[in-house]
Design a protein around this ligand. Structure first.
Ligand code: ADP
Ligand code: ZN
Length: 634
């Protein structure tokens, strides 16, 4: 703790022992228990140490500085890169009756000044600031007058050039404790990120000049996320079908380019899906309107480039679909991590095609610097390993971050519905022969045409209808040959040139396959499985809702929507789906029972309890005899 504390505080200053922290957790945040690591992190923070937290998205990082802010005097300054992120966090804190505010460029000057004054008067336990604001003249003026308990640097990977969203403004934070006549020399710094590459982790500590930080690195396995890779044939139809099967759910669809985002969003709309686009080519107003609509539940689907996501805290995203191949695991992991933050099950689905891979390789070859090219190829290789894996996908996924996984996660496609591998050696030989006989001068699509005996003019002009390989693959559709080619590309038996023509040629190992000296297998089908098969203690318990529970859930959801609209906050700020599900199942009718619901603290009990309890009672009156036996609370 810093030793310049002078302001009296209305926060009780007793040492924060265990029971007291548990109590703060329930009364202020409504949570029953700490998540893994939260308690140890909070202890280190309260000891006044510098702390570095690496925890996946949805792991519950915010609580690690929010709860200490309530348990100690002074204000915790939170540095956060995005306005939307600050807004969401502060909304959620205020809904819990916690004294928090943000100051950033979205405020008019009068409002900003009023909040700064309030901060100086000690009215906040948490104050959120953008980095450039904090280090500006006015920020320094403000800081000099605050009783700062500690600094929390959220999304701390933004300080690293090795990270994927480096922000130059963050660099200034390196000197955050300097100046001010040494007043902040002892103020602890907490750095939090979901990016776990060792290089970035070390760089964060170095850039922020952390002093013997207590380091906490949580596992990157998110057990409520189901990972699946599907072969991409007709991406739009495949995605539309998925969305229709999940019509009640909100989801994100990532596409590689702005044009694809626009086209996908437009076609989805034409097909009756409430979808909106998001990419850096839209003007600011449109972009934030669309993001707002998604967060506030007015649009079910957001179709986006990777520009979308940082600062989106929406906890009830039920699926993240990648319509195109991502370029690196780091980004892919972050993007899919936006699913299921509330801990309920969510899907992460990647549509993969060899053509996408070729496209990215082509782009990489355009890079000037050989080292950059090499690095980009390596990164893509890791993605391909993940996409092509026929074993547990968690191994390559979190292996990328240096974490070893034993496999058999129970929540990826290969574990839940293992692939049936079939021998495709004969067909692989046919394909390789066709590549060789046509002179290794053509793209795969042309080679497939020759194999399938196409009468295309180009084939006839080249007199490739005269070849022995012409038509020997007519018994199989093009998609099948695509799968064989994928297997050969992945196995390094076939390669494509890096230029725009993407012509196919044999590698030395490809020659051995062609000669019949090595075997090739492809995924023919998958075992059918009704539900994920967790091999560990069930992680995300989604208690099933009976039809009547479901009706009540919908009524509660409607009430939540109305209250959220009245208060101008996203629905999840009122209550998350986890809380509504528990209400629908347990049907509390007293304040005491209502407090037992996850996410209900004192403030929310007071603010929302009466309205929700009334809907629950009303539901019981309207539907006597339906649903579970109803026992009123004493
Ligand atoms: P992160 O910043 O690591 O992505 P958040 O801090 O946004 O994660 O937390 C993710 C979700 O988990 C939030 O909805 C939050 O309310 C919830 N949460 C955090 N800690 C707990 C806990 N101890 N018990 C239940 N829910 C929690
Ligand atoms: Zn698995």
């Amino acid at each position: 703790m810093s030793d310049f504390s002078t302001e009296p505080s209305d926060v009780q200053q007793a040492p924060a022992d265990g029971p007291r922290l548990d109590e703060l957790l329930k009364t202020h945040f409504g949570h029953e228990a700490f998540r893994p690591m939260q308690r140890q992190i909070i202890d280190a923070v309260l000891e006044g140490r510098d702390v570095q937290v690496v925890m996946p998205t949805g792991g519950g990082k915010s609580l690690c500085y929010q709860l200490p802010a309530l348990a100690s005097p002074g204000v915790t300054l939170v540095v956060s890169p995005l306005i939307a992120l600050m807004q969401n966090q502060v909304d959620a804190l205020q809904a819990n009756g916690i004294r928090a505010a943000f100051v950033n460029s979205s405020l008019d000057p009068d409002e900003a000044r009023a909040r700064e004054q309030a901060a100086i008067s000690g009215e906040y336990d948490l104050l959120y600031l953008a980095p450039e604001r904090l280090m500006s003249g006015s920020g320094r003026w403000l800081l000099a007058q605050l009783n700062v308990a500690r600094f929390a640097i959220d999304e701390a990977h933004c300080i690293s050039e090795w990270g994927h969203d480096f922000r130059p403004e963050y660099r200034m934070l390196g000197s955050i404790r300097e100046g001010f006549d040494g007043r902040f020399a002892d103020a602890p710094v907490i750095a939090l990120t979901a990016t776990a590459t060792p290089r970035v982790v070390d760089d964060i500590a170095a850039q922020l000049a952390l002093r013997e930080p207590a380091r906490f690195q949580a596992s990157f396995e998110r057990e409520n996320l189901y990972y699946e890779v599907r072969p991409k044939h007709k991406a739009f139809d495949q995605i539309l079908a998925y969305i229709r099967e999940h019509a009640d759910s909100d989801g994100i669809i990532y596409c590689q380019s702005r044009a694809k985002v626009e086209a996908m969003a437009e076609r989805l709309k034409q097909n009756g899906v409430n979808a909106l686009p998001y990419h850096a080519g839209l003007d600011n107003r449109q972009r934030s309107e669309n993001q707002h609509a998604f967060i506030y539940g007015d649009a079910r689907v957001i179709v986006a480039t990777i520009a979308f996501g940082m600062g989106v805290d929406k906890p009830d995203v039920r699926y993240v679909i990648h319509a195109d191949l991502p370029r690196h695991i780091e980004g892919y992991y972050q993007e899919t991590g936006r699913a299921g933050r509330d801990g309920l099950p969510a899907d992460c689905i990647l549509f993969y095609s060899a053509a996408d891979r070729a496209k990215i390789e082509y782009f990489i070859e355009q890079k000037e610097s050989p080292t950059e090219r090499e690095h980009a190829h390596w990164q893509l290789d890791q993605v391909i390993k993940f996409a092509h894996s026929t074993a547990c996908r968690l191994v390559p996924l979190i292996g990328y971050f240096g974490e070893t996984h034993g496999g058999d996660c129970g929540h990826c496609d290969n574990c839940v519905k293992p692939p049936n591998l079939v021998d495709a050696t004969q067909d692989a030989r046919k394909l390789l022969s066709a590549v060789a006989r046509t002179g290794q001068r053509f793209g795969l699509s042309y080679v497939f045409d020759v194999l399938r005996g196409s009468k295309a003019q180009r084939v006839l002009q080249n007199r490739h209808d005269q070849l022995s390989v012409y038509g020997i693959g007519a018994d199989q559709p093009k998609g099948y040959w695509g799968a064989v080619a994928d297997a050969l590309l992945e196995g390094g038996n076939l390669a494509l040139t890096a230029d725009e023509y993407r012509t196919a040629h044999l590698t030395p190992t490809g020659v051995t396959v062609m000669k019949g000296q090595a075997a090739v297998k492809i995924v023919q089908s998958r075992a059918v499985s009704a539900a994920p098969r967790p091999s560990k203690p069930a992680p995300a318990k989604a208690e099933p809702l009976s039809p009547d529970d479901h009706r009540l859930f919908e009524e509660l959801r409607e009430l939540r929507r109305r209250l959220a609209q009245e208060q101008g906050v996203p629905p999840y700020v009122v209550f998350g789906d986890v809380a509504l599900r528990q209400m629908a199942i347990r049907r509390p009718t007293s304040d005491q029972a209502f407090l037992g619901v996850s996410g209900v603290g004192q403030t929310k009990l007071r603010r929302y309890g009466p309205a929700f309890l009334q809907v629950i009672r009303q539901h019981a009156d309207d539907a006597p005899g339906e649903g579970p036996v109803f026992i009123p609370d004493p």
